[in-house]
Design a binder for this molecule. Structure first.
Ligand code: ADE
Length: 340
C-alpha cells in the first residue's frame, strides 16, 4: 500500500486498531441483521439450515469481491448461525505448514476457520490445505535426515471460509475445494442508506433521511467507507450547534474531506485526468498509468479501478483502459473526437 492509500478516507482498506474496534462493535450477528447481498444471504441460509439439520459441518465457503464489503463480518455471521466458534487468520500470517497445523489442531468439530486474503497463502501451506479440506487430515513430515518420517494427523470436520479480492488469483485445486462460492458485489445505495442509519443508531447520533442518502451515494458501494464517512461527519455535527447529521453538514464535511459527488477523491481524479491529459483518454496500460501517478499497479487494480469501472467512468478494452464519455462528463471536460 502506498502512503497516499494509508490516509485515504474513501479507501476500503482497514486503517488500524481503532477502526478495527469500531468495525467489530458495528458487526451484525445474524443473517437477518446483515443488510444487502440478498441473494448470498438467501443461499447461505439454506445451506446453513440444511447442514444443521444433518448435524454436519457446513461445506467450505469462498467469498470473493472488492475490499470493505463485509467478508469477515459474513464469516462471523456464518459461525454464529451454525452455533460454532470461529478462528480468524490471514494468508500472509500463516508462514509454514506447522503454523496451519497448530491452528487446525485447536479447532473443535464444526468450527469455522476464516482465512482472509487466502490468495496470499504460501504454496506449501496451500497444498497442506487440500487434504485438510477434502478428507479432514494432514500428513506432515517430522524430524530431519534419516530420522524423518511422515505423521498422519486426523482433524475434526471444520468449515473453511476463505476470502479474497481476486478469485482469479486462486489456484484451481484450491478453488475447486470450496463447495460454496459467493461473489460479493458493491452494495446498492438503498442498502448503504440502511447501513448508515443502523450505524448512526449504534453511535447514538440523529441523522436525517436525505443525509443518510447522500452518504450512501458517496461511499463507493462499500459499507466500510460509509461507516468511516459517517464517523467523520458526526464530528462535524457534534461541534456544530445542531448536534444532528443533516444534508448541509454532510455536504460541508465531504467538501473538506475532498470526497466528490460520486465518492471519488483526489487520487481517482488524478488517475482520470492523467488518462485524459497524457493519453487522450486512453487506451493506456494499467502499469503505465500506475507509474505515472506513483501508485502500485495492484493498488490501482484492486482499489481504484473496480469502482471507476462499476460506475462507468472508465472501461477496459483489449488495448488498455479508456475514459468513457461519462468519465469526461463527470470531470466537466469536453469529449474529444476519438476513433472507435
Ligand atoms: N455493517 C457493515 N456492513 C454491514 C452489513 N452488510 N449489514 C449490516 N451492518 C453492516
Amino acid at each position: 500500500m502506498s502512503d497516499s492509500e494509508d490516509d485515504r478516507i474513501v479507501s476500503a482498506d482497514v486503517a488500524g486498531d481503532d477502526e478495527d474496534k469500531i468495525e467489530v462493535s458495528l458487526r451484525p450477528k445474524l443473517l437477518e441483521q446483515y443488510i444487502g447481498q440478498t441473494d448470498i444471504k438467501n443461499e447461505l441460509n439454506v445451506y446453513i439450515q440444511a447442514a444443521k439439520q444433518r448435524e454436519e459441518s457446513l461445506d467450505h465457503v469462498l467469498l470473493y469481491g472488492p475490499p470493505g464489503l463485509g467478508k469477515t463480518t459474513l464469516a462471523m455471521v456464518i459461525a454464529n448461525e451454525m452455533e460454532v466458534h470461529i478462528r480468524t487468520t490471514s494468508g500472509p500470517a500463516i508462514d509454514k505448514p506447522g503454523d496451519l497445523l497448530s491452528i487446525l489442531n485447536e479447532l473443535q468439530p464444526g468450527d469455522v476457520l476464516f482465512i482472509d486474503e487466502i490468495h496470499r497463502l504460501p504454496k506449501v501451506v496451500e497444498e497442506m490445505l487440500y487434504s485438510a479440506m477434502e478428507d479432514f487430515f494432514v500428513d506432515i513430515v517430522v524430524g530431519q535426515g534419516t530420522g524423518s518420517h511422515p505423521v498422519h494427523f486426523p482433524l475434526p470436520p471444520f468449515t473453511l471460509v476463505g476470502a479474497t479480492t481476486q478469485a482469479g488469483g486462486l489456484s484451481a485445486p484450491l478453488r475447486d475445494r470450496f463447495g460454496i462460492v459467493e461473489h460479493m458485489n458493491y452494495y446498492r445505495t438503498e442498502d448503504l442508506e440502511q447501513i448508515v442509519k443502523r450505524t448512526a443508531t449504534i453511535f447514538n447520533v440523529e441523522i436525517t433521511e436525505d443525509a443518510a442518502h447522500e452518504i450512501a451515494l458517496r461511499s463507493r458501494g462499500t459499507p466500510r467507507i460509509a461507516n468511516r464517512l459517517l464517523k467523520r461527519i458526526r464530528d462535524f455535527a457534534q461541534v456544530s450547534d445542531k448536534n444532528r447529521v443533516d444534508l448541509d453538514i454532510v455536504r460541508y464535511a465531504l467538501k473538506l474531506l475532498k470526497v466528490d459527488g460520486l465518492g471519488l477523491d483526489d487520487t481517482d481524479i488524478k488517475l482520470l485526468k492523467t488518462m485524459i491529459d497524457y493519453y487522450n483518454g486512453g487506451p493506456v496500460g494499467i502499469g503505465t498509468l500506475a507509474a505515472n501517478i506513483g501508485e502500485e499497479t495492484d493498488t490501482i487494480a484492486e482499489m481504484y479501478e473496480p469502482y471507476l469501472m462499476q460506475i462507468g467512468l472508465i472501461k477496459r478494452t483489449a488495448r488498455g483502459r479508456m475514459v468513457t464519455d461519462r468519465g469526461y462528463k463527470h470531470l466537466n471536460i469536453p469529449i474529444p473526437d476519438r476513433k472507435k
